[in-house]
Design a protein around this ligand. Structure first.
Ligand code: MG
Length: 282
């Protein structure tokens, strides 16, 4: 089942998709947001069948799948290169966090900061937690997942590199696309083997497969849950493959008018147009 958060007539709502239209689940459940709905219905996700849709897809504006997660934890580059031999990984992942305000929804503008010309894309798989857990063993990790979504970990490279901490460059307002929806684990039980591609203006920039993650999703859930309690609605953004703009030769960054698409097999395509800050805040 696909779950999403959205705006309709200036109201923040959430729901699921049925027959290519939107079912308002808040109206039916009385729960305030998708994270609360996941908390209450984790073991029943995917069972919302035979519900009459309330809105057409073109009548809504997409919000980030989880608009206000208690945590968004992100992994730095995390894929073996195409052709690179997988090795036994003995280190630890580089983690950083994003604030909720740094997210935006599918089809919403991505504001290019006026104060930087190094705005970059990173296509990634996002994991949405569905069940509370602490010190989760790797073998149980996937049983804590509610579903998966596309994420563009939009990065402002000069601000990312002002110091050794990534926080400023990874937290410009609305710089990360998150969507269009979450595909729940009843429909997508195994997050491996999914082709991930990123295109800019239709040109292929990143191409890899979630089977080629250096730190696997069970490892990441287990590792992160050693130091923090993972709660429903928390988001783990699992890292990007090679091919993002700052590592290209010559480097190429996003400009106003560019169209960024992150497509993940069995999930969908997240699309955002890069806009001037002044236009993005209309
Ligand atoms: Mg990233």
């Amino acid at each position: 089942m696909r779950y999403l958060s959205f705006m309709h007539n200036s109201q923040e709502l959430y729901g699921c998709i049925a027959n290519d239209a939107v079912v308002d689940l808040g109206k039916r459940s009385g729960l305030p947001d998708l994270a609360a709905y996941i908390t209450a219905n984790f073991s029943r996700l995917g069972s919302e069948t035979d519900l009459e849709p309330d809105f057409t897809l073109d009548a809504i504006r997409y919000l980030p799948v989880i608009p206000s997660p208690s945590k968004v934890l992100c992994v730095a580059t995390n894929y073996y290169e195409p052709g690179e031999e997988e090795r036994h990984e003995t280190g630890f992942p580089l983690l950083f966090s994003r604030f909720a305000a740094s997210q935006t929804g599918h089809a919403e503008p991505l504001p290019k900061p006026d104060i930087s010309d190094t705005f970059d894309y990173e296509g990634e798989l996002a994991v949405i937690i569905g069940r509370t857990g602490r010190r989760i063993p790797q073998v149980d990790a996937l049983s804590h997942v509610a579903g998966y979504a596309c994420f563009n970990d939009g990065s402002v490279r000069d601000w990312q590199k002002h110091s050794t901490q990534f926080t400023p460059g990874k937290n410009f307002a609305r710089s990360a696309g998150f969507g269009p929806w979450m595909v729940s684990t009843d429909e997508l039980p195994d997050p491996t083997g999914l082709a991930l591609t990123t295109r800019v203006n239709g040109e292929l920039r990143q191409s890899n497969n979630t089977s080629r993650l250096i730190f696997s999703i069970p490892f990441l859930i287990s590792y992160i849950s050693q130091f923090t309690v993972l709660e429903p609605g928390d988001v783990i953004v699992t890292g990007t493959p090679s091919g993002f703009g700052s590592t290209r030769k010559p480097p190429v960054f996003l400009s106003v008018g560019d169209v960024v698409e992150v497509e993940i097999e069995k999930i969908g395509t997240l699309r955002n147009d890069v806009a001037a800050e002044s236009d993005a805040w209309q």
